[in-house]
Design a protein around this ligand. Structure first.
Ligand code: HEM
Length: 199
């Protein structure tokens, strides 16, 4: 049974539901549960985002059954990322309401401002993943929102994971994945240009 389209989004929703259940069951402290959900949704979001972010590039570099699956499901990977990251936001709001002191120790107004802008992009990109809205927006606006939004979110991951990576080497694999995604995009770009020039 192939994991395609809405079935893919539903599977990610099940993983998120499981995470919420584990967080609720493993601790009686709401603060700890919220922090667990914030951290694990950030990690799940990173994987889903990078899969959507590199989908077209991978097909250009190594066309094959897996990369074609990834490209075909790019929209649903993006929607799954949005779902995961809105759970991140829900847990952040929960933490801010139950323990405002800890919340302000873990974050600051600049993060809130830049993070809110990221959420505006995530919401706009998720909403414009539906055919009717794509048609209403037109090609230029759609590519503008999705192109700029994707790079903004990529940079947000660089800063958010990077901030922890300088203090804790356990965050280095995330940074390697983020850098690898950039390399994949650049390699695909140069390959397409080379073929364009040669053709
Ligand atoms: C208003 C916006 C946001 C706020 C207030 C916020 C707040 C937080 C807080 C308080 C934590 C620390 C949790 C803990 O250590 O217990 C955290 C972790 C994190 N956030 Fe967010 N966040 C926001 C948006 C974003 C965005 C847009 C991204 C990425 C696109 C992001 C990625 C991360 C990452 C990577 C972590 C570290 C996860 C880990 O420890 O593995 N956040 N966030």
């Amino acid at each position: 049974m192939a994991l395609n389209g809405w079935r893919l989004v539903a599977s990610v929703a099940c993983v998120l539901f499981l995470l919420l259940a584990v967080a609720a069951g493993s601790t009686t402290a709401t603060t700890e549960g919220a922090r667990m959900v914030i951290r694990w949704t950030a990690r799940l979001s990173l994987i889903l985002f990078l899969m959507a972010f590199t989908a077209s590039a991978w097909v250009k570099l190594v066309p094959g059954a897996y990369t074609i699956w990834q490209r075909r499901n790019r929209r649903y990977l993006g929607l799954s990322f949005a779902l995961s990251h809105f759970v991140h936001l829900g847990a952040i709001l929960l933490l801010a309401s139950v323990d405002p002191d800890l919340f302000w120790k873990l974050t600051n107004p600049v993060t809130i401002l830049t993070g809110s802008l990221a959420y505006l992009f995530i919401a706009a990109m998720a909403a414009s993943s539906f055919d009717r809205i794509v048609a209403a927006m037109g090609d230029r606006l759609w590519h503008g929102v999705h192109g700029f939004g994707a790079w903004y979110i990529w940079i947000s991951f660089v800063f958010t994971f990077g901030k922890w990576a300088v203090m804790d080497t356990a965050y280095l694999p995330a940074m390697v994945l983020i850098a690898a995604a950039l390399s994949v995009r650049l390699l695909a770009y140069f390959k397409a240009r080379r073929i364009g020039v040669a053709g």
